[in-house]
Design a protein around this ligand. Structure first.
Ligand code: HEM
Length: 201
């Protein structure tokens, strides 16, 4: 497995910039974050106005952006598996390192399951799955109960994802505002030459 920088381990020890996530990982992280944070309120809103005229537009947008998120998440997972980030500072309490890792792993799982359950539910609905106004190919006929089951799971999982995102964001803000240890800056766009060196162990 490569590191984010493709440099040998001995070079990483003396190069603070190597501690940061690479540009591709940062771009994917923030693009997916913005899209998910927009898709969640859109999902709740469209369900609230579902009986009103024009609601299909919101459903179309939600499903289309959800599919884009799924594709970006697939790219992010491939990138993460082939470009391991540097570990968190050893000076952090073990429970914090464990909690951060467990939360991130659970978020990966949820951002795979959310689009998947949404897609499977919509695929079994009468309307099918639109993609920015286009009709995507149907691979199964409408089946009301199956659609309800998948969309029911979709509606429950969103609350698990919201709790995980709150934990993740709280942890990130603690590093930025309280610990001020450069961990937050690992995932920012700032110049690789100016920032984010690991604190001494
Ligand atoms: C990370 C991606 C996604 C997130 C965060 C998300 C989030 C949400 C949220 C918050 C709701 C409202 C739940 C409720 O009020 O019960 C919802 C509903 C829905 N989503 Fe998604 N969604 C995602 C992806 C998708 C995809 C890819 C599709 C389909 C292609 C989809 C189809 C639907 C449908 C059809 C509903 C309405 C469910 C109902 O009527 O009970 N979603 N989604």
């Amino acid at each position: 497995m490569k590191t984010e920088t493709n440099r040998p381990p001995e070079a990483l020890a003396s190069a603070p910039s190597a501690w940061r996530y690479g540009r591709t990982a940062v771009v994917l992280h923030w693009t997916i974050s913005v899209l998910i944070l927009a898709t969640i309120p859109l999902g709740f809103f469209m369900v609230a106005v579902e009986k009103e005229p024009g609601a299909e537009t919101y459903f179309d947008l939600h499903m289309s952006v959800g599919i884009v998120i799924a594709l970006l998440v697939a790219a992010r997972i491939v990138w993460r598996l082939t470009h391991a980030p540097q570990p968190l500072p050893a000076s952090l309490p073990r429970w914090q390192i464990w909690l951060a890792g467990a939360t991130q792993a659970a978020i990966y799982l949820l951002i795979v399951l959310m689009p998947l359950t949404g897609y499977l539910g919509a695929s079994h609905s009468k309307g099918g799955v639109p993609f920015f106004g286009l009709t995507t190919p149907r691979w199964t006929g409408p089946d009301h109960d199956t659609a309800e089951n998948f969309l029911g799971v979709h509606s429950i999982l969103i609350w698990v994802l919201i709790v995980l995102l709150v934990l993740h964001i709280a942890g990130a803000l603690k590093h930025l505002l309280v610990d001020k240890d450069g961990v937050f800056q690992r995932m920012t766009f700032r110049s690789r030459h100016r920032t984010a060196s690991p604190p001494p162990p």
